[in-house]
Design a protein around this ligand. Structure first.
Ligand SMILES: Nc1ncnc2c1ncn2[C@@H]1O[C@H](COP(=O)(O)OP(=O)(O)O)[C@@H](O)[C@H]1O
Ligand SMILES: [Mg+2]
Length: 423
């Protein structure tokens, strides 16, 4: 403990010494430039009068300020980079990011990401420190380097590590109200929120089903409703399963969506959806169309996308305490959801399911494995593991945030705050 404190103090000292050294170096460089600029005339005269000097030396003397700025600038930048490297090493030492031999990663370069100028890529020689170790120390690295990490990945055949980050001052907004300008023009793209990389979108043409996880109050319902509202505006027919007696879905939703408020209605609607799926399969095959967009384009029809949504899928599929009749019904529901999950993409039938229950058996593998777009809000390790197959949501989504989600590939975003009273 004492050593850690000492290390922290050392790192702090090193960092302030480095900053002071950088400042003094820059100051000296600028004073040198001013002195040379003031004496440039004298150097010019000396260059003209010196007969024995070569023309190259003479020309350097008459352009001394330029030479000084170029050569001196390169030296100063190189020295600053060394100072940066030393500071980073000291910081890593203080947080214990070392390999078995006690070696810390070395900063190789820092540069802007090509498509997102606010993102800086830090590249390190990692000296055999596995990516998992970097991930474990993510929060400590963020504090040490004063950054917000977007992602960490291997490069150069695992010899290097790349950290994509924004400065610590770049925080995601805690609330971003939905505005119609976020509605995508693209077919069939839904916008979820904003990450450090820009708008977070999902294209149902490519990724047909969405699974949303998160504990109570993490923002699942608002995210789900914002997606449903966008899909509705784009002409989709929406089916919503809500067994909570209409608390979650006020009247306005009942006017715009087909609501299933009990299990019989649920099975009826799911049967309808799978029947439509089968008939679309035949129609598409007959007209030689691979998917819904192609079919609509070729035939000139406007066949809508169908979306089945459920805010708490565990409620539909929970078999605990169920009698045999109910178990049979749940099995049928599972079966139909699995069919849509497997085959829905080409035929424009989609699932958007949410859950807060950290129960591994709630969503059967044949449904979950076909839900490629998964996001998780504030969650414990178990729920995060169920939704994303890793604990990143538990590790990276702060407990006090609402509407903050993370995707399987580690992209954190703030979902739009959608106010249904303005629907
Ligand atoms: N995107 C968001 N931005 C800001 N606050 C949000 C957002 N989503 C939800 N919240 C806040 O969190 C509360 C709970 O949201 P809700 O969607 O009902 O959570 P859940 O369905 O996960 O229980 C909301 O009443 C709202 O105050
Ligand atoms: Mg909810």
């Amino acid at each position: 403990m004492k050593t850690k404190k000492n290390k922290d103090r050392n790192a702090l000292w090193m960092s302030s010494i480095d900053n002071a050294a950088k400042f003094i170096m820059l100051l000296c460089f600028l004073i040198g430039a001013v002195v040379i600029a003031l004496k440039q005339d004298a150097w010019n005269a000396a260059a003209e009068n010196a007969v024995t000097l070569s023309p190259m030396v003479k020309s350097m003397m008459s352009n001394l300020l330029l030479v000084y700025l170029v050569v001196g600038g390169i030296v100063v930048v190189a020295l600053m980079c060394c100072a940066d490297k030393r500071r980073v090493r000291a910081q890593f030492e203080s947080i214990g990011l070392t390999n078995h031999a006690g070696m810390t990663p070395v900063l190789l370069r820092k540069h802007q990401e090509r498509n997102h100028s606010q993102i800086i890529i830090w590249e390190f020689r990692n000296y055999s420190i596995p990516l998992e170790e970097w991930e474990k120390k993510r929060a400590a690295i963020e504090t040490a380097l004063s950054i917000n990490i977007i992602k960490i990945e291997y490069s150069a055949a695992k010899r290097h590590i790349r950290i994509y980050a924004v400065p610590a001052s770049h925080e995601l907004q805690p609330v971003i109200p939905w505005s119609d300008c976020y509605l995508s023009n693209e077919n069939f793209v839904l916008t979820l929120g904003e990450s450090h990389l820009g708008l977070m979108t999902v294209n149902l043409n490519h990724i047909p089903h969405i699974l949303i996880g998160g504990s109570t109050g993490s923002g699942k319902s608002i995210l789900l409703k914002s997606l449903l509202m966008q899909a509705y505006r784009k002409g989709a027919v929406i089916y919503v399963a809500d067994f909570k007696g209409g608390v979650d879905y006020p009247k306005i939703w009942h006017e715009k969506c087909r609501m299933c408020t009990d299990e019989r209605a649920l099975l009826y609607y799911l049967t309808q959806l799978t029947t439509v799926l089968e008939s679309r399969k035949k129609q598409f095959a007959e007209s030689g169309c691979p998917n819904l967009d192609a079919y609509n384009q070729i035939t000139g029809e406007n066949m809508p996308r169908l979306i089945f949504a459920c805010d708490e899928v565990a409620e539909l599929l929970d078999k605990t305490g169920a009698d045999s009749e109910r178990k049979k019904l749940i099995a049928q529901v599972e079966n139909k959801l699995a069919t849509i999950a497997r085959q829905g993409r080409a035929f424009g039938v989609h699932l958007i399911l949410a859950t807060q229950r950290p129960d591994a058996n709630i969503i059967p593998g044949q449904i979950k494995n076909n839900m490629d777009f998964r996001v998780c809000g504030r969650a414990d390790n178990v729920l995060s593991q169920i939704i994303l197959d890793s604990t990143i949501a538990a590790d990276q989504i702060p407990k006090d945030t609402q509407g903050r989600f993370i995707t399987g590939d580690g992209t954190v975003f703030q979902g739009y705050f959608f106010d249904e009273s303005k629907l």
